[in-house]
Design a protein around this ligand. Structure first.
Ligand code: SF4
Length: 313
């Protein structure tokens, strides 16, 4: 059965072997972050609805999980914000009821967590990984470019409420952009918010490769270490340099990406359409190919293009 809403299992930096479940069409999100690896948000909204049918997602999950695949997590993530799907809680509940042996993770930008119905729906997940990059409205607007109904204040209070009600683990991700959210007053405010949110882990991330906007550059290792130490017990998410050693790494997919980019430079979205793979899956392989020096990046007005790196480069 070819899946429309499931992807992977993919080797995930934080979650090990993860089966992805995508509950919104490409690319539906409450934010349009300047660093987004999936490219610009094409449908910016805060409306929660059944973007993809509950029954069809469950059919695919039944088909896949009945084979008892070896997974570290079933992860709700994908090409946008999964909590926009109003049935996410129903899907989590049913998967937990039918397949209690699997752990469930939810990757979310956290902007809808002030909605108590959403928080209720996430209670049976084992792990929630929200993001928070800025607490001042000005910087939140600059980095995360939300739809008009979303603001930083509500996002922070939603996270605080979640912590009070949810007994599973919360790993909070902060994406560092030099000269924006690494300046002292912003980091200070962020630290105060994090002290109220009380996540189990704070994970610092920065740009691996070009995101939506050309001007976004990665933070240095030294800069990240200083922020980690200021925030207290923050960890820097390490490069997944051993991605190719993971058992779910599929060399035929790697070969297909190499042969396609040999013919012409492609964006991640092009590769996703040409190869019939989920964009998140394509992104994992692209990262491994960049790390191994096999492909190169070219940032153009139309997006980020990948092509084979000539032997002399
Ligand atoms: S990084 Fe996440 S939250 Fe930001 S635009 Fe992309 S999918 Fe949405």
């Amino acid at each position: 059965m070819a899946y429309k809403y499931l992807f992977g299992p993919v080797p995930s930096r934080r979650l090990g072997i993860s089966l992805g479940v995508d509950l919104v069409p490409f690319k539906t999100c409450t934010l349009n972050c300047v660093y987004c690896e999936c490219g610009p948000t094409t449908y910016l909204t805060s409306e929660r609805k059944e973007y993809v049918p509950f029954d069809e997602v469950m059919n695919e999950l039944d088909d896949c999980l009945s084979l008892s695949p070896s997974l570290d997590f079933i992860t709700f993530s994908g090409s946008g914000e999964p909590t926009l799907n109003i049935r996410i809680g129903d899907i989590i509940d049913l998967v937990k009821q039918k397949y209690p042996e699997y752990r469930i993770a939810v990757l979310t930008n956290g902007t809808l967590l002030s909605d108590v119905k959403l928080r209720d729906g996430l209670m049976k997940a084992n792990l929630i990984l929200p993001s928070l990059d800025a607490t001042s409205e000005e910087l939140f607007n600059k980095i995360n470019r939300p739809c008009k109904e979303i603001n930083a204040k509500d996002a922070v209070s939603g996270l605080i409420e979640l912590r009070k009600e949810y007994s599973g683990e919360i790993w909070l991700e902060v994406f560092i952009i030099p000269e924006l959210n690494d300046v002292p007053e912003e980091i200070h405010q962020l630290k105060s918010a994090i002290q109220e949110i009380k996540p189990d882990r704070i994970q610092l991330n920065t740009l691996d490769r070009p995101g939506s906007e050309k001007w976004v550059v990665p933070a240095t290792k030294d800069g990240m270490e200083k922020i980690a130490s200021y925030l207290g017990n923050a960890e820097i998410i390490a490069d997944f340099s051993s991605r190719r050693e993971v058992k779910s790494f599929d060399r035929s997919i790697e070969d297909a990406i190499l042969s396609t980019t040999r013919r012409r430079p492609c964006t991640a979205a092009d590769l996703s359409a040409i190869l019939g793979l989920h964009i998140n899956e394509v992104n994992k392989y692209i990262q491994a190919l960049i790390e191994s020096g096999s492909i190169k990046i070219d940032v153009q007005e139309r997006g980020v293009f990948y092509s084979i790196k000539p032997a002399s480069d």
